[in-house]
Design a protein around this ligand. Structure first.
Ligand SMILES: Nc1nc2c(ncn2[C@@H]2O[C@H](COP(=O)(O)OP(=O)(O)OP(=O)(O)O)[C@@H](O)[C@H]2O)c(=O)[nH]1
Ligand SMILES: [Mg+2]
Length: 384
């Protein structure tokens, strides 16, 4: 059959034409003589996105733009496309973000390996030390420690999904609702592929250059979607994941890749103050859920104020996260609210520590978080 390139879009008129035409080039060059399709799955854009796609004159590859129904969000757009791909008999689905500037035709070649040897191809990018803070502190440490899979970008967005995985995802999506319809979709995909024993690859895509966002403004909603999905995946897949530790992932490379991470500017002081303010407001909630740990969190606040290194120790972060993951079964709303506040503190501490580090140095800090997660896995035996 062929490959479907699936592009979720919402108000991306300035960037969508480039992504669609690059995907078309990649399909024509690397997967010729097949019935390929580019599906733009739009969430009701009001800035002319749909009109831009319709105006493109692309030859030899079918391009469609459709409006999905249901809960607004990236996940709804993706699940709509997966359903169409399964019904249409496509061999694989390649997801591409619609705000990408750095996508190249050969990305299609590497991600398209999901039509052959792999259940899931995940992206691997060089990212700024300040970028991807949900990945660094939560998604990556979890996939590497709890699931034992070395997938550095488990929520990277640009995936290659085999038809076998697509079917499993559609069967299981409701168990991850409602966050799976929003930004929980990526971790749902990765954790399900690992739990189902699929072969996983990492594709070295170079750099991800896309529309910048103000982390302070946009990350809160995304954090709730992703963190709840990470916890749901731990609760659902804990037993399978335990027996799956040590899943190896192949590295797929192209002849070249661009290494120019997109710069992300952060205001460290503002991050610290935000955490302290939120913590003071919600201290009672944290005491209720985490009991004696509030004394240790008070020390974190003090160390952050004084600009001391490792103000929020990795070990404490891992313990608190696992405790809240277990608590999630009883108190979902409260435990994610508490986790959000603690995460603000962990990010502030990470930003302070990595201020003078280069990307490699910061990467070592991230591996420290992974180690702490591994050392505290016993806290999850409460789920046995
Ligand atoms: N259809 C649809 N697409 C969406 C929606 N929200 C986001 N998207 C698309 O999902 C993709 C990823 O969204 P972004 O907002 O770029 O998020 P991101 O790049 O993963 O996140 P950051 O790394 O924080 O910038 C883009 O293609 C968006 O256009 C939505 O509500 N509906
Ligand atoms: Mg983006």
């Amino acid at each position: 059959m062929g490959i479907m390139v699936l592009i979720p879009s919402y108000n991306v008129a300035p960037t969508i034409a480039y992504v669609v035409s690059t995907a078309a080039k990649g399909l024509k060059e690397y997967f010729p003589d097949q019935d390929n399709l580019i599906l733009v799955s739009d969430g009701g854009s009001t800035n002319g996105t749909v009109e831009v796609v319709k105006s493109l004159k692309i030859k030899d590859v079918e391009v469609r733009v459709e409006r999905y129904k249901g809960i607004p969000g990236k996940g709804s757009a993706i699940l709509y496309g997966l359903e169409m791909a399964v019904n249409g008999g496509y061999d694989a689905v390649i997801m591409l973000d619609s705000d990408l500037r750095s996508v190249e035709p050969w990305w299609i070649r590497l991600l398209g390996e999901a039509a052959g040897s792999y259940g899931l191809v995940t992206p691997l990018y060089v990212r700024d030390k300040h970028d991807g803070t949900i990945t660094k502190t939560l998604a990556y440490p979890t996939i590497k420690s709890v699931f034992g899979a070395d997938v550095r970008q488990p929520i990277g967005g640009d995936f290659g999904i085999s038809s076998t995985l697509a079917k499993v995802l559609l069967e299981r999506k409701e168990e991850f609702a409602p966050d799976v319809y929003r930004f929980g979709i990526d971790f749902f995909i990765t954790s399900t592929a690992v739990a189902e024993d699929m072969r996983i690859a990492r594709a070295d895509l170079g750099s991800k250059i896309h529309s910048p966002k103000d982390p302070g403004k946009h990350l809160k909603g995304m954090f709730f979607d992703v963190s709840r999905t990470v916890i749901r995946a731990i609760l659902k897949y804990w037993r399978k994941a335990k027996s799956r530790r040590g899943v190896s992932t192949d590295l797929l490379k192209w002849r070249y890749s661009w290494r120019c991470p997109q710069h992300v500017e952060v205001d460290i002081k503002a991050n610290i103050n935000r955490f302290i303010t939120e913590y003071r407001e919600k201290r009672r909630l944290l005491r209720e859920l985490l009991g004696g740990y509030t004394d240790e969190i008070d020390i974190v606040v003090d160390r952050l104020k004084r600009g001391l290194p490792e103000a929020f120790p990795d070990d404490l972060w891992a313990k608190l996260f696992f405790k809240l993951a277990v608590e999630f079964r009883r108190e979902m709303e409260k435990s994610t609210e508490a986790l959000y506040i603690l995460w603000l503190g962990k990010v502030a501490s990470y930003l302070q520590d990595s201020a003078d580090l280069d990307i490699e140095g910061a990467e070592k800090r991230v591996e420290g978080i992974v180690r702490a997660f591994k050392e505290n896995l016993r806290l999850l035996t409460a789920l046995d």
